[in-house]
Design a binder for this molecule. Structure first.
Ligand code: ZN
Ligand code: FE
Length: 255
């Protein structure tokens, strides 16, 4: 399989998942249709499906334009019927997805929204606005408990899993991470690498699950350095995974 990253809007990414045996493709989170159509033409593939991770407009805004004159399956969580334009395949945890001869799986990961899903094809994870490179999505509809459980589910994937998220937010996410864990050497060197890429206008996505486990503050509820720093500012904070995660999310909201 081949993954084609398409920059959309200001800082969104859509992804073409291409089955090279059949020359068919699915598009993950088309924020807008025009750049996606152009890329499909360049790649010379036939689009068969839209895979939406959640209902937000910056992830579904291209659905209608892609559906005009095309017969496509539109995947999204079954609870998002009526919120995802053109939804034909309401899915849930564990469902199988087919793109040409490629097989993918649905992971249900609520928190950012109540109907958020990820799509996993081999070692490629398309996780929308749940897990970001060095960050995570805001809690718009779900609770901290839900989000922490969703992130924990993603952390259980193999270390080499590639993380294809919905936005290019890595640099500012890492600057926030540095306020909580400045002694984490892997974090310091990741920030340097990311700044060098951004200075050249290059993408910092995908990362890997391994890199996220080592440097993403929203996955590091076990970090003694983060725990100590939070406890310093908020002495009555309980030290358990959900409370630590919720406090990091709260600080990031105000960053
Ligand atoms: Zn979103
Ligand atoms: Fe988004």
């Amino acid at each position: 399989m081949k993954v084609v990253q398409i920059p959309l809007l200001r800082d969104n990414y859509g992804y073409l998942i291409v089955c090279q045996k059949t020359n068919t493709a699915a598009i993950v989170d088309p924020s807008e249709s025009e750049p996606v159509l152009r890329r499909i033409e360049q790649e010379n593939v036939t689009l068969t499906a839209i895979l939406n991770t959640h209902h937000h407009r910056d992830h579904t805004g291209g659905n209608e334009g892609l559906l005009a004159g095309n017969k496509l399956e539109v995947y999204g969580h079954k609870s998002d019927q009526g919120r995802i334009p053109g939804l034909t395949r309401g899915v849930e945890e564990g469902d199988d997805i087919t793109v040409g001869e490629l097989r993918g799986k649905v992971l249900f990961i609520p928190g950012h929204t109540t109907g958020h899903v990820a799509y996993l094809f081999d070692n490629n994870l398309f996780c929308g606005d749940t897990l970001f490179t060095a960050g995570c999505g805001r809690l718009f509809e779900g609770t901290a408990e839900q989000m922490q459980a969703s992130l924990k589910k993603l952390m259980a994937l193999p270390d080499e899993t590639k993380v294809y998220c919905g936005h290019e937010y890595t640099e500012s996410n890492l600057r926030f991470a540095m306020t909580l864990e400045p002694k984490n050497h892997k974090l310091v060197s990741r920030l340097e690498r990311v700044q060098a890429l951004r200075a050249r206008g290059l993408s910092t996505v995908p990362s890997t699950i391994e890199e996220e486990k080592h440097t993403n503050p929203f996955l590091r509820w076990e970090s003694k350095e983060i725990q100590a720093r939070l406890k310093n500012r908020t002495p009555d904070l309980r030290i358990d995974p959900v409370s630590v995660f919720a406090q990091v999310r709260k600080l990031k909201d105000a960053f």
